[in-house]
Design a binder for this molecule. Structure first.
Ligand SMILES: [Mn+2]
Length: 435
């Protein structure tokens, strides 16, 4: 069971659903197989965790604001002592109402049979498509049966709606309990990054640093990695999603670590880049200082009155000016941004929302405009520069350098709160920590 204030989340969502006369159906998901019959450790979908705090697979939550007896109904696996010996304990239908605070609990096998009747009186169903898979077909079939069985004058859902405008708007704005979980995730993760910085030395395998980070986080009770850890020495840092982590760290190279662990299923997402031998070379330091200046400019824009894209634009201006100054790009800032010539060195965006998911839900645009930042939103700020090993448009001394600096930033009513500030970004502080 996750420590999540699911009852408050359900009440807030039920209020929104009532305004739209909509029901909402959310699934936990099922275990995924790594190979043959070996399963990955199960983690429920974040929508389901947010609304239930329940961590068993093969479960669904139905919210029906117009329901006559129950507004929240959990469909879950029944107790089965023989199966539980193999795959773990089950809460079971009988104990679910008391344990989880839902209004009603039923066997999951009854879900699609019961659904048409329970949807009566609602005009829409909020449900996240599985992309035309088996679940979509079951839901469409239930909607069709709901329409044919409706009594005179009684509404039945004539549409299904993706959760973006309802559930995902709630998740986008974090309450104090969620922020506290994210601060703890940040604390675990930044402790681990500091340990990795201190441990790094030439000749080590990248995966030794990955293992160090996992040890630090899991031994403090983290629910797991928020994504697959990247430890990229030298030019491996120019591969954005490098996860092999099997190369040796070379004296004179930088190493980029992008690693974030969860606390109580809430994510953190941190990247640091530092010299394997503890000292930046002049070229590494030049590009590092540039990325750091871009990050500072972007974090300074994480306040009410900025839009999401303003944060990216602030970083981009600094990066482009520096690339021109050091001869990696030609022309003016305006020309480089207009032609996107900078994308050779900076090919990703600066930010994404973060919360229960590392790339959290929530719309980035509204009516075609980048949305304004509001208190309670949390976003990453992660500018980078990546000069390919074989880029013969730049002087040789820059080639094979990849740098990213990433922190998680909470937008408040005042100054931005950098949740992950406990691991240094200042190059002198990094060198001092590694000495
Ligand atoms: Mn990120």
């Amino acid at each position: 069971m996750a420590d999540i204030d699911a009852g408050a989340h359900r009440r807030a969502l039920l209020e929104r659903l009532a305004e739209e006369n909509a029901a909402c159906l959310v699934f936990s998901g099922s275990p995924a197989f790594r190979n043959a019959d070996s399963e990955y450790r199960f983690r429920p979908t974040s929508d389901f965790l947010y609304l239930t705090g329940f961590t068993e697979p093969d479960t669904a939550l139905l919210l029906v604001p117009n329901g006559e007896e129950a507004k929240s109904i959990l469909f879950l696996r029944e107790r089965d002592p023989k199966a539980e010996v193999w795959t773990g304990r089950r809460l079971g239908v009988e104990r679910a109402v008391e344990a989880l605070g839902v209004d009603d609990a039923r066997p999951v096998d009854a879900l699609f049979e019961d659904l048409p009747k329970l949807l009566a009186g609602h005009e829409a169903l909020v449900y996240e498509s599985d992309g035309g898979g088996a679940r979509d077909r079951d839901v469409l079939d239930a909607l069709a049966r709901a329409r044919s069985a409706r009594r005179r004058g009684e509404a039945s859902p004539s549409a299904w709606i993706e959760p973006e405008a309802t559930l995902h708007e709630l998740r986008l704005r974090k309450d104090e309990a969620e922020l506290e979980a994210m601060r703890r995730a940040a604390a675990l993760t930044t402790d681990a990054h500091r340990a990795a910085m201190r441990a790094a030395k030439p000749g080590m395998l990248e995966m030794e640093l990955e293992a160090r980070i996992e040890f630090e986080c899991r031994s403090k009770g983290s629910t797991g990695p928020a994504y697959t850890t990247i430890v990229a020495g030298g030019a491996n840092a120019c591969i954005l999603h490098y996860v092999e982590n099997d190369a040796r760290l070379e004296d004179g190279d930088l190493v980029l670590i992008d690693a974030g662990y969860e606390w109580n299923y809430h994510a953190s997402d941190v990247t640091r880049t530092f010299p394997v031998n503890g000292r930046f070379s002049p070229e590494q330091r030049t590009l590092y200082d540039l990325v750091l200046a871009a990050q500072h400019a972007a974090i300074a824009r994480c306040h009410v009155g900025s839009s999401f894209d303003d944060v990216h634009d602030a970083a981009l201006d600094v990066l482009v000016d520096g690339l021109i100054e050091h001869g990696l790009l030609g022309g003016t800032r305006e020309e480089a941004i207009e032609s996107e010539s900078y994308r050779r060195f900076y090919m990703h965006r600066t930010s994404h929302w973060i919360g229960l998911d590392v790339h959290d839900c929530g719309a980035y645009y509204r009516d075609g405009e980048s949305r304004p930042l509001e208190p309670g939103m949390v976003l990453t700020v992660e500018p980078g520069l990546y000069v390919a090993e074989d880029d013969d448009t730049v002087e040789e001394r820059w080639r094979g350098i990849g740098i990213r600096i990433e922190d998680d930033v909470h937008v408040t009513g005042g100054d931005p709160e950098v949740l992950t500030a406990a691991v240094p970004t200042d190059p002198d502080e990094i060198e001092a920590l590694m000495a």
